[in-house]
Design a protein around this ligand. Structure first.
Ligand code: SF4
Ligand code: SF4
Length: 337
């Protein structure tokens, strides 16, 4: 196994940045952390859960998929050679789940072009990033099981590096590394992992809620109560690494010229399911909230969840950001009780 001294990390990042657009944890002026273009000055290793998962790297908020110019059609499939450094395991699982969805039945060319051009480096999580993390319950962390090109373990003055793919191995060939005894490194990794697991408590109400939903024993009234509180901001869907709803629209700028674009959408918006006739099969906010949580906890597609427990990867962002406290943690608690 290989190890990279922490003092050499910036050097390694600069080497990788010669051939990739590198995204890394970046401190913003107000003190938040986001994934942004790597710059030595704002790069940080001292980061907690970023407010947004990196799903927008492959699935942008808004994306032109084709243009029509003088009646000529041109498809736009864009992709840059990208490296994402410092992903957490839950977000890696989020990428796996979204990628699986975007490749099922028919490959989404716009998503897959970007995903295929991206290299991922996971930073194994040392423990909960805040009080809403529950990746151990959903089987998606704190250490990534698959999907990564490289996984780093912070063991003090150095990172132990686990290689996931030949693409990851290739990255290592360009940077200054040292060898480390394989069995000793494996032991250190196991200790790191067990310590992290112990520090992230299991959310018992989560499994209980899944079972109650499966058995049809969840109290229907909870959806009415949450439906009355929800202000339909869509925030829970936008911060969620596994939400992939989108809308497609055409815009004609002049005769023979225009574009088709897609933008993020949310199943919590009334217009998402409203049919052309005006009929809406999910006519109330209560029904839309029920559907969203069933999608995460009950009606997920087995082939899309990549060894995770369900369609939620336990990042806790919906609980962090819902302005009226209808995150998945609050919902499972209500169902379980
Ligand atoms: S449902 Fe909430 S906790 Fe689960 S993956 Fe989405 S944002 Fe994270
Ligand atoms: S974040 Fe909360 S208020 Fe906003 S749509 Fe989601 S559940 Fe409703």
């Amino acid at each position: 196994m290989k190890t990279l001294a922490k003092k050499d990390l910036i050097k390694a990042m600069n080497i990788w940045a010669q051939k990739h657009d590198v995204l890394s944890p970046t401190k913003t002026a107000p003190g938040d952390c986001i994934f942004d273009t790597f710059r030595e000055k704002t790069f940080t290793l001292d980061y907690k859960k970023p407010p947004l998962s990196p799903k927008a790297v492959f699935f942008p908020h808004s994306e032109v998929t084709f243009k029509v110019e003088k009646n000529e059609y041109r498809e736009i499939v864009s992709a840059k050679k990208m490296l994402i450094f410092g992903l957490r395991a839950c977000d890696m699982m989020g990428i796996l789940q979204a990628s699986s969805f975007m490749s099922r039945d028919r490959k989404d060319v716009y998503y897959n072009a970007k995903r295929n051009a991206a290299t991922t480096i996971v930073m194994a999580c040392p423990g909960p990033q805040n009080e809403t993390c529950f990746c151990t319950t959903t089987r998606s962390g704190p250490v990534a099981q698959k999907g990564f090109d490289l996984q780093f373990y912070d063991v003090g003055d150095a990172f132990l590096i686990e290689i996931g793919t030949s693409r990851g191995e290739e990255l290592l060939s360009a940077i200054p590394l040292a060898d480390v005894d394989e069995s000793q490194a494996r032991r250190q990794i196991e200790e790191f992992k067990q310590k992290a697991i112990r520090s992230i408590p299991e959310v018992k109400s989560f499994i209980k809620a899944m079972n109650k939903l499966k058995d049809g024993k969840a109290d229907e009234k909870i959806w009415d109560s949450f439906g009355q509180k929800c202000i339909t901001c869509g925030g829970c869907a936008f911060v969620c690494p596994t939400c992939t709803c989108f809308n497609v629209y055409d815009h004609q700028s002049s005769p023979g010229n225009g574009l088709r674009a897609r933008t993020w959408d949310a199943c919590l918006y009334g217009g998402f399911t409203r049919e052309a006739s005006g009929h809406n099969p999910r006519a109330s906010q209560a029904l839309r909230l029920k559907r969203r949580h069933e999608h995460k906890l009950l009606h997920f597609n087995e082939i899309d969840i990549q060894g995770s427990l369900c369609g939620c990867v336990g990042c806790g962002r919906c609980s962090d950001y819902c302005p009226v406290h209808i995150g998945t943690l609050e919902v499972v608690k209500a169902i379980a009780e």
